[in-house]
Design a protein around this ligand. Structure first.
Ligand SMILES: *[C@@H]1O[C@H](CO)[C@@H](O)[C@H](O)[C@H]1NC(C)=O
Ligand SMILES: *[C@@H]1O[C@H](CO)[C@@H](O)[C@H](O)[C@H]1NC(C)=O
Ligand SMILES: *[C@@H]1O[C@H](CO)[C@@H](O)[C@H](O)[C@H]1NC(C)=O
Length: 290
């Protein structure tokens, strides 16, 4: 199972070439938690070695962090999802490009706070935003509250102007009397029909709302696939869609299915009105991804 989940993710990487949403996790994985990803689950390390590695891991999780290692990458991934929820559109999807520095501290009665210096890439126009400063707080406790993100500087991000493309897409699908319906974006060969590309990207942005609220210090989420997208009739000025998406969590290698109700218009941006986790079995994945 682990093998073909990886294959599916590599397949997606081939489509958005250079997409940091796909390239960052394997990079991160090859450092800190490589054994989790690459080894079969039943091959255990000798206990002493594992204990030492674990001790090193704990020491490194506070203070100045190696920006390439998992803790820094996981926190930075949350910033990516946050930027998508704030600024994403069918023509603007942010991916993590590089983490330059990361620092973690425990804030009493609050949680663990990461200070990050990173660059992001807008994957549709392929523009890299060189320097963003962000802070991510993972609240402590059992409540599983979503991480809180503040981005203090990332100005170049606002210069990406896709208003012409957005308006064209909006007019096309607002006027069209037949409603969009599509499945398996990308398909098992990694192919995406050109007219579905904006709805793949919209699915990725909408998925970031789910991934932001589901993220903890121990997760690293990517969208694997839009399984279904159907446009719904809409009475107002918004385009409305129901999405079924498959989200891949790198650390556990789990795949989760979520259903979302999504609206979009150029002035209002992307909103997720409902999100619901679905029961999901591995058998389904095999038929959708392979
Ligand atoms: C984006 O570009 C359009 C058309 O080129 C222009 O009308 C609009 O003012 C620009 N918006 C921003 C925020 O720069
Ligand atoms: C209307 O929507 C259908 C289905 O999504 C699509 O095949 C067709 O190209 C669209 N027509 C126009 C004029 O955009
Ligand atoms: C996609 O829609 C089909 C029905 O058309 C459904 O059987 C399938 O479970 C949906 N996929 C997901 C991941 O929800």
């Amino acid at each position: 199972m682990i093998l073909w989940v990886l294959l599916a993710v590599v397949g997606l990487g081939g489509v958005i070439t250079g997409s940091p949403t796909v390239t960052a996790p394997p990079d991160a994985a090859s450092h800190a938690h490589a054994e989790t990803v690459e080894q079969p689950k039943n091959s255990k390390k000798p206990t002493a070695v594992a204990a030492v590695e674990e001790a090193i891991q704990v020491v490194m999780e506070i203070g100045e962090l190696n920006p390439k290692h998992y803790p820094a990458q996981r926190a930075a991934k949350v910033v990516q999802h946050y930027l998508n929820t704030e600024h994403g559109s069918p023509y603007k999807v942010f991916g993590l490009h590089k983490v330059f520095s990361a620092n973690a501290e425990d804030v009493p009665d609050s949680g663990r706070k990461y200070q990050l210096e990173l660059s992001v890439q807008e994957v549709v126009q392929k523009q890299t935003i060189e320097k963003c400063l962000a802070q991510v707080l993972f609240p402590q406790g059992e409540s599983h509250a979503p991480p809180q993100v503040q981005v203090s500087s990332c100005e170049d991000l606002l210069k990406i102007n896709v208003s012409v493309q957005e308006e064209t897409l909006y007019q096309q699908y607002k006027r069209n009397h037949s409603l969009l319906f599509a499945q398996n974006i990308p398909d098992s060969y990694g192919h995406v029909e050109p007219e579905h590309v904006p709805f793949w990207h919209l699915g990725a942005v909408a998925s970031s709302f789910v991934m932001l609220s589901e993220s903890t210090q121990d997760t690293l989420f990517n969208m694997a696939q839009v399984a279904n997208v159907s446009q719904l009739a809409s009475e107002d000025n918004l385009l409305k869609f129901e999405y079924d998406v498959l989200l891949h969590e790198m650390v556990s290698q789990d795949i989760f299915a979520w259903k979302m109700l999504v609206t979009w218009s150029p002035p209002e941006g992307v909103k997720v009105l409902k999100m619901e986790k679905r029961d999901y079995t591995v058998t389904n994945l095999k038929t959708t991804l392979l």
